[in-house]
Design a protein around this ligand. Structure first.
Ligand code: ASP
Length: 382
């Protein structure tokens, strides 16, 4: 829907620059906090023995990716078989191919391209409706997940890992306040709480599904109808953001790497910490927007600084809970990028007012399904 694909260059540059900058900020915050608070040193020796003993390398570890080289990662973005990539859920490859097809549509005769474009539009709308239905079930699912985690892990270990989890959550909150709030407030000129309220349906879904990809349609809708961001901007920034911009994931990986090193009693030099910043930036880009993806690519970060990769097993127990918080942060980051890019493009944005919101009960803050009235199709007249 960009129409003129030359706009991709300008928008792409701003978007990727912002993504990179905020990821670095997130990692810096995470590393400073973990070095100051030292959650790994807070563990008692008994807790340490329980943790190291009970979590040996699990099946999750065998899935952990071997660190691919930067060049390999770049080259693999071009899919040899786009349908294979679709089937395997390889997001970067899918996005690359979709971008190419999209560019082709803008170069074609408009009349011919319109057929396919409106097909994709209605498929997208159908996905939004499906996600809204799933959202109704989310509270029950979350309760069941939490029971499972506490039941399997036991409260003692949860408390021991609490310090580590606390540092991750504190870091995420700081990142939202230090990095995103000034951009939303001073650059985009939106009240920060109003901004959060406008995207809250996406945040609730991100928190309960731990998946930025599953949240994507709702994030797009929230940014478009509640923040009045142009569809051109949301349909460019948000799909890329949901895949490559994971500040929450990067921050968590930084904290986890140092926490695991602290448990093993490994001292990390300043150079090692710089390596963590670089590798966690790539690992967060490489992580898919699905639950637990950040924990799999964490193996890359650990390998880069010589911390035993088996250490991931130590934090599996609380990962699901932290995933909820980091995914929510990821979605705040993507939405912040959207209002920033819209502002730079000179598009008008603003938090929808209660009156405007009430004027159209099928869109806006209430979410689509809540107020949708059955709309029977009159078959005779069709
Ligand atoms: N679940 C996260 C997301 O979808 C990725 C991760 O950190 O595991 O954004």
């Amino acid at each position: 829907s960009l129409g003129d694909f030359r706009k991709l260059g300008r928008m792409g540059g701003v978007t990727l620059g912002f993504f990179l900058f905020t990821t670095m900020m997130a990692l810096t915050i995470g590393l400073v906090l973990t070095n100051l608070i030292e959650p790994g040193a807070l563990l008692s020796d008994t807790d340490r023995a329980i943790l190291l003993g009970s979590f040996t390398a699990s099946s999750v570890m065998s899935n952990a990716a071997e660190a691919p080289s930067m060049l390999d990662q770049l080259v693999s973005i071009v899919p040899t078989n786009p349908f294979g990539s679709l089937a395997r859920g390889e997001m970067l490859q899918i996005i690359f191919f979709a971008t190419m097809i999209g560019i082709a549509f803008t170069l074609m005769e408009t009349k011919k391209a319109k057929v396919a474009v409106s097909l994709f539009e209605s498929l997208n709308d159908a996905m939004v409706v499906l996600v809204h239905v799933a959202m109704k079930l989310a509270p029950f699912g979350v309760a069941a997940l939490l029971f499972e985690v506490v039941g399997n892990t036991g409260l003692g270990v949860l408390i021991a890992l609490g310090a580590y989890g606390g540092v991750v959550i504190l870091g995420l909150l700081l990142h939202i306040t230090i990095t995103y709030m000034p951009v939303v407030k001073f650059y985009a000129g939106l009240p920060f709480l109003g901004f959060i309220r406008a995207i809250r349906s996406a945040l609730v879904l991100a928190f309960s599904t731990s998946s930025s990809s599953a949240t994507l349609p709702v994030t797009m809708e929230a940014c478009e109808s509640n923040l009045k961001v142009n569809g051109e901007v949301t349909s460019f920034v948000l799909p890329i953001g949901a895949t490559v911009n994971m500040d929450g994931t990067a921050l968590y990986q930084g904290v986890a790497a140092i926490f695991i090193a602290q448990i093993y009693g490994i001292d990390l030099s300043l150079g090692d910490q710089a390596t963590i910043v670089l590798s966690a930036t790539m690992a967060s880009v490489g992580a898919a927007g699905v639950p637990g993806a950040g924990m799999l690519t964490l193996a890359m970060v650990l390998a880069a600084v010589g911390v035993p990769v088996q250490g991931v097993a130590l934090i599996i127990g609380v990962d699901r809970i932290l995933d909820m918080f980091r995914t929510t942060t990821n979605v705040v980051g993507d939405s912040t990028a959207t209002v920033l890019v819209a502002k730079i493009q000179g598009n008008p944005i603003g938090v929808v007012s209660p009156e405007e919101d009430a004027a159209d009960p099928t869109a806006g803050m209430e979410g689509r399904l809540d107020d949708v009235q059955p709309n029977p199709v009159d078959l005779d007249s069709e």
